[in-house]
Design a binder for this molecule. Structure first.
Ligand code: NAD
Ligand code: ZN
Length: 347
């Protein structure tokens, strides 16, 4: 089968590799119909994630058709249309039993290397999904592949980050980063009742894209975000800040944008170990700071329903549909910010 493999920094290839097989009774093998390139894949591409080795199959956003299931799979059968969660939970460990599937002691992230469970990725004709009943959701018949795909990662990641911030009706939400995840934050915050969303990016055209989705655009190339937010909120600051870039620079900005008593919810991925925590100002301002990878299993049924009923259309951010054979070009365009969201078609 064909698979997108990591070759080294800024190098991916489409290789012929053996098809996966059922290894455990709870496994399913899925024939992938669409895979997407995520901002998290860019960290691999830029060589900042340890434990990804040349030759490994990458990718974690996908939809497809169940090809075969192991003897212990109860709720899925060959031919079912499914969307996969980007991280894998076992459903049985203490963390999964608490509902913290993203903390599963047996799990990991598809196609993210040794440090994340050493699982083969989904930018391939077939992918093996462990604990299939837990990690695959059947796609409602009326939902097309492209819409469903977003529920397995970036829409649900963004939706969960907004939920974690406890956005109240009418509140002002600032989102730092208008990549695909930031744009999903704009949509999710408005659906969850935000009064307005101020969308910050250093690329002016990306803030314009956010504006077209209903946000107030704020280009950090053109304006200082801190004084602009202060002006918009009469010196108060944003009720909620969602950080959707990754790293200490934008986290520091989040602390400067949030109002006293406000909440920060951070989802950007970083390989930095530490942040110089603004201890005194957080204490006096009474800031709630939350950071973590997404718990897709917690929120995916909600996002699937919102997409199915037409309340959210994540496909508006797709800029490129490419065949799998053009994945290297898709990575390059996305990394160079010439593509907003790349979907790879396998059919
Ligand atoms: P992306 O790289 O396409 O977008 C990042 C955006 O941030 C770009 O538009 C860029 O111009 C902007 N940016 C960079 N530095 C900035 C700065 N200093 N100020 C303002 N804007 C800046 O990535 P994406 O697909 O949108 O993903 C965003 C982040 O979310 C990534 O770090 C990704 O790994 C992460 N992510 C996390 C989870 C999770 O579970 N927590 C899931 C999916 C993605
Ligand atoms: Zn992702």
């Amino acid at each position: 089968m064909r698979a997108v493999t990591f070759r080294g920094t800024h190098q991916v290839a489409v290789d012929e590799i053996p098809e996966p097989t059922i290894l455990e009774g709870a496994d399913a093998v899925v024939r992938v119909q669409r895979a997407a390139i995520c901002g998290s894949d860019l960290h691999l591409y830029h060589g900042t994630i340890p434990g990804i080795l040349p030759g490994m199959t990458i990718g974690h956003e996908f939809v497809g058709t169940v090809e075969s299931v192991g003897s212990q799979v109860q709720y899925l059968k060959s031919g079912d249309r499914v969307v996969g969660t980007f991280h894998i939970g076992c459903g049985g460990c203490p963390a999964c039993r608490r509902g913290d599937f993203h903390q599963c002691s047996q799990g990991g992230v598809l196609g993210y290397g040794i440090a994340f469970g050493n699982l083969a990725g989904s930018q391939a004709d077939f992918v093996r999904i462990p604990h299939a009943d837990i990690n695959l959701r059947i796609i409602p018949p009326s939902l097309d592949w492209d819409r469903a795909l977003f529920c397995g990662d970036i829409l649900t990641t963004a939706f969960g980050a907004v939920k974690n911030a406890g956005v109240q009706p009418g509140e002002t939400v600032a989102v730092i980063g208008c990549g695909p995840v930031g744009l999903m934050v704009v949509i999710s915050a408005l659906v969850q009742g935000a009064g307005r969303v101020v969308a910050i990016d250093r690329l002016t055209e990306r803030t314009k894209r956010a504006e077209s989705l209903g946000a107030v655009p704020l280009s950090s190339e053109e304006k200082n975000p801190i004084s602009a937010i202060n002006q918009l909120t009469q010196g108060e600051g944003a009720d909620v800040v969602i950080e959707a870039v990754g790293g200490s620079k934008t986290l520091e900005m989040a602390f400067q944008l949030v109002r006293g008593g406000g909440r920060i919810s951070a989802i950007g991925v970083t390989a930095e170990d530490t942040l110089a925590y603004p201890l005194m100002s957080s204490l006096t301002k009474d800031i709630t700071f939350r950071i973590g990878v997404a718990n897709i299993h917690r929120d995916i049924d909600e996002t699937l329903a919102l997409v199915t009923y037409g309340r959210i259309d994540p496909t508006v951010i797709i800029s490129h549909h490419l065949p799998l054979s053009r994945a290297p070009e898709g990575y390059r365009l996305f990394a160079e910010r010439q593509a907003q969201k790349v979907l790879l078609a396998l059919d």
